[in-house]
Design a protein around this ligand. Structure first.
Ligand SMILES: Nc1nc2c(ncn2[C@@H]2O[C@H](COP(=O)(O)OP(=O)(O)OP(=O)(O)O)[C@@H](O)[C@H]2O)c(=O)[nH]1
Ligand SMILES: [Zn+2]
Length: 189
């Protein structure tokens, strides 16, 4: 990431809104924002296949659900945060490939830490699971609150956007409603 370029751009924005970028409270802000963006956008250029490369042979052919994974992302339209909970479920496939549970949370972060829209975030996670684990089925559900809808614009704090992407056997009505029941029984922000 080009940190000096971010610093110059932030300095320019501060000047453009009528602030004095050299006043005491703001003089370190461009560098702080540059460091902060390096963190917030650290998912750019990272490869999900590496993340899901560690797999084990565990004899389990039923659904595995990792739910209530906190995420923070940045709306690509307004560059303000959207955040909430991601839920990831899959049914191991014929290959028997199963990965460590933490990898699903890492996968959510990998795609969240980019300029995003919630629909693409949802699809990218499910597709990475499909490609790497070749599961019999997979499902990702994301509940997000968008700051661009609360602090500005339409100003509706608390409005939640729910997106889902469902593949393979997870599309079966009974399996899908079992997963949704387990997900919705949990915490909600
Ligand atoms: N589909 C989708 N839309 C999003 C997401 N995040 C933000 N948006 C929407 O992107 C839209 C951008 O609309 P524009 O009309 O181009 O921009 P705007 O004038 O700032 O829109 P308002 O937010 O309505 O003030 C808005 O309706 C946002 O609510 C997302 O993850 N998915
Ligand atoms: Zn937005």
């Amino acid at each position: 990431m080009d940190q000096p370029r971010i610093e110059a751009a932030v300095r320019e924005i501060l000047a453009a809104i009528g602030e004095d970028p050299d006043r005491d409270g703001l003089k370190d802000t461009p560098a702080r924002v540059a460091r902060s963006y390096a963190e917030v956008f650290s998912g750019l250029g990272t490869d999900p296949t590496e993340l899901l490369a560690t797999t084990f042979d565990i004899d389990h052919s039923e659904m595995v659900l990792v739910k209530d994974i906190d995420f923070f992302s940045m709306c690509e339209h307004h560059l303000v945060p959207f955040y909430g909970l991601a839920h990831v479920a899959y049914i191991p496939g014929a290959s028997g490939r199963v990965t460590g549970l933490s990898k699903f949370a890492r996968l959510v972060d990998l795609y969240a830490k980019r300029p995003q829209v919630q629909e693409r975030l949802t699809t990218q996670i499910v597709e990475a699971i499909e490609d790497s684990l070749e599961p019999a089925g997979a499902m990702v559900v994301i509940e997000g609150e968008h700051m661009c809808m609360s602090m500005r614009g339409v100003q509706k704090p608390g409005a939640k956007t729910v997106t889902s992407a469902v593949r393979g056997q997870m599309r079966d009505t009974a399996t899908r409603s079992e997963a949704m029941g387990l997900i919705m029984g949990g915490k909600s922000r």
